[in-house]
Write a protein that binds this ligand. Structure first.
Ligand code: SF4
Ligand code: MG
Length: 327
């Protein structure tokens, strides 16, 4: 199968008064029809920035790269062309639905507006009908009444369901969900993930799921891409990465996850802090925290490329030493 979305060498910088800082460097991946690709990493690792940049939604500046979708390069499109893509063939769900919903407009109206923009063939009656159907798909009870309400009359979990309804309104081919459950209580998280799964089935969209939570990855994703300091450091199927990680950072994340008995927690128990992009370590950005770097000069002088290790990818000079290490 050909990828639906193909990203090559995507680099993004933040331009400040005194400096230009690398937010995303050489990110490359393909998204295949029907799959869910999990993107995992600590905050500031470039997960959101890389996805938003593809759609022209970042405060950063894209300095290189290609994002092929439907035979076109998204990065070469005009702002207007990209607006037509967003919310249409590529739709998004964000962590905080309140920031994406208009507080002074009724839920039904907001959903209708999305349809108006991307599905102009529907008349008013058809739009209203579709809105009720969408709310029913995402499990909002009594949708005929709920369409008349405002966002503050919905709970956090219900608002996130509305956002998912909005995202699938125009039958997207790619659905990008950025920490869709992070702001929610654990029990609600599980429900929203179920809704996301249902939304995916309903539309046949391929999903990019950005998360801190390896539990969410294990439950939802087919493949995973691990990011660190703006780069992809490992990519492969969930089974490959969970059973046999080939990057010390992935191994560290899993180690910290496995220490939590019931549910996997947020990823922050690797010793040391994620690097600040104003002072990225030389060579491999992970070397100050790496358990196997051990003062090796190559780690602090040479940036490892993402290389193919048997159909999966890792960016570590000494990935061979990790083979089978998890067992
Ligand atoms: Fe660790 Fe060196 Fe591999 Fe980087 S290249 S992950 S510092 S062993
Ligand atoms: Mg983010």
């Amino acid at each position: 199968d050909d990828p639906l979305l193909e990203v090559e060498k995507l680099s993004v910088v933040f331009v400040g008064l005194d400096a230009t800082l690398p937010a995303v460097t050489d990110v490359a991946f393909g998204l295949y029809p029907g799959e869910t690709l999990g993107v995992v990493g600590e905050s500031g690792s470039g997960k959101s920035v890389s996805m938003m940049s593809m759609l022209g939604l970042t405060p950063g500046r894209v300095t290189s790269g290609q994002v092929r979708f439907d035979g076109k390069d998204l990065l070469k499109m005009s702002a207007e062309e990209r607006r037509k893509i967003r919310g249409g063939p590529i739709a998004m769900v964000f962590q905080d639905p309140m920031s994406s919903l208009n507080p002074v407009q009724r839920i039904g109206h907001q959903l209708e507006e999305t349809l108006k923009l991307h599905s102009p063939e529907l008349n008013k009656a058809a739009r209203k009908e579709r809105v009720v159907e969408l709310l029913r798909i995402v499990g909002v009870a009594d949708p005929e009444q709920r369409v008349k309400q405002y966002p503050h009359q919905f709970s956090g979990g219900m608002r996130q369901r509305v956002m998912i309804a909005m995202a699938i309104a125009n039958s997207p081919r790619v659905l990008i969900a950025d920490e869709p459950t992070t702001a929610l209580d654990v029990t609600i998280q599980a429900q929203v993930l179920d809704v996301l799964r249902k939304a995916k089935d309903e539309t046949d969209a391929a999903v990019i799921l950005i998360t801190h939570d390896l539990g969410v990855i294990a439950e939802m994703a087919d493949r995973v891409m691990v990011m660190y300091a703006g780069r992809v450091v490992e990519a492969g199927t969930v089974t490959e990465l969970f059973d046999d990680p080939r990057h010390p950072y992935t191994k560290g994340l899993l180690g910290s996850a496995l220490r939590v008995s019931e549910r996997v927690e947020r990823l922050n128990s690797i010793p040391g802090n994620p690097p600040n992009i104003t002072h990225l370590p030389t060579g491999c950005s992970f070397h100050p925290r790496c358990s196997i770097a051990n003062g090796r000069e190559r780690c602090s002088t040479e940036t490892p490329e993402l290389i193919d290790v048997g159909g999966r990818w890792t960016a570590c000079h000494f990935s061979d030493e990790l083979r089978g290490a998890q067992s």
